[in-house]
Design a protein around this ligand. Structure first.
Ligand code: SF4
Length: 196
């Protein structure tokens, strides 16, 4: 069970396996292993102290940033994530990024973006599709209808509080037409666009 792992030269924290989505392309459907980790399947969510202890084992000089993203949605553990992000910036002086599905406000039933201000340097939000119907068919959000709209709203909000915001889609999971629509939406929203 890996709490921290290296993936293509990036340092990632695997904070939880909980996630409100069941994306058809989710890598969890195919393998437990990722990067240098044999398994990202957690017996239980790690505590803040466990993550801090694990961080000591890595040579931070080798990494430009620390990324919260594992086999689950890191914003499921927002309080712990924020505490750890503060620790990482203070102790190691590294920027912190979150890779998220953008459903934090539905998970926590409140506006969460303001809580990231001054702590999180970059957020990458999985837009995944160009409209609600196709998003729900691809990602099967447990919140059902309204999930896609919540993701778009989250992107609009989080860019007010976080310096670098990008949205992403997964190559091969949507039509070229939908991909271009997503690119256009990202441009309208004033955020970067990535195909991953
Ligand atoms: S949001 Fe991420 S972790 Fe959750 S099911 Fe989709 S790809 Fe997997």
């Amino acid at each position: 069970m890996a709490i921290i792992y290296d993936y293509f030269g990036g340092l990632y924290i695997n904070l939880t396996n909980k996630c409100p989505n069941r994306c058809e392309f989710c890598i969890r459907n195919y393998t437990d292993a990722l990067g240098d980790a044999d398994s990202l399947v957690l017996d239980e969510d790690p505590t803040v102290e466990q993550v801090e202890d694990e961080l000591k084992k890595w040579d931070m000089d080798e990494y430009n940033e620390v990324i919260f993203c594992g086999y689950g949605e890191p914003m499921e553990r927002l309080p712990e994530l924020l505490e750890l992000a503060g620790h990482i910036k203070k102790k190691y002086g590294k920027p912190v990024r979150i890779n998220t599905n953008g459903l934090a406000d539905l998970i926590w039933e409140k506006e969460t973006a303001p809580e990231l201000e001054g702590i999180i340097d970059a957020v990458s939000v999985s837009m995944n599709e160009a409209d609600a119907e196709n998003y729900e068919a691809l990602c099967h959000p447990r919140f059902g209808q309204g999930s896609y709209e919540a993701v778009i709203r989250y992107i609009e909000e989080v860019r007010k509080y976080v310096p670098q915001v990008a949205v992403s889609v997964v190559r091969g999971t949507l039509s070229q037409e939908a991909l271009e629509k997503c690119r256009g939406k990202a441009s309208e929203l004033g955020v970067d666009f990535r195909v991953r």
